[in-house]
Design a binder for this molecule. Sequence first.
Ligand code: FES
Length: 183
Amino acid sequence: MSEEKFIPEASVGTPQGKGSGSTMERRSFFKWLSIGWLAFTAATGAFFTVLIRFLFPNVLFEPPQSFKIGYPEEFEIGKVDIRFKKKYNVWIVRNEEGMYALSTVCTHLGCTPNWLDTERKFKCPCHGSGFRATGMNFEGPAPRPLERFAIHLADDGQVIVDKNKNFKFEKGEWGRSESFLKV
Ligand code: FES
């Protein structure tokens, strides 16, 4: 007589089926955990980026508009001093009577001319305007002379240029005492 093994109904196929489902659930859980973690990291990164930009905003540090350039005797008579062109956008010129500060902005379309010492002129590289050491325009399309800035002596004897005040030749402003420093 053959003996039939009794297998309970409830256990048929259970171990394999149950284990597979659990693995799937675990995988799914870790997948969502990874996604959640990535999202959290991204959000935290974005938050700190915004926070840092808020704490350290993009501020443009411009050089001061009023500044000392040294003592008058440091400037040679008859020379155009180009030392302050890059930082302050001014040329300092000293002649027999005194000193003045010229703007480096071409009065045509705003390019920056170069001082050509051998030719004794400022030459604009954009459209060829030329200016004398005085700032007077004499060639090219520039419609008017370069502007001058206020210049005076500080208490310590140093020369101060103040770009808050400018003087235009065509308005007769070069005649104002502030536009020229007698030394
Ligand atoms: Fe200087 Fe045109 S901008 S000549």
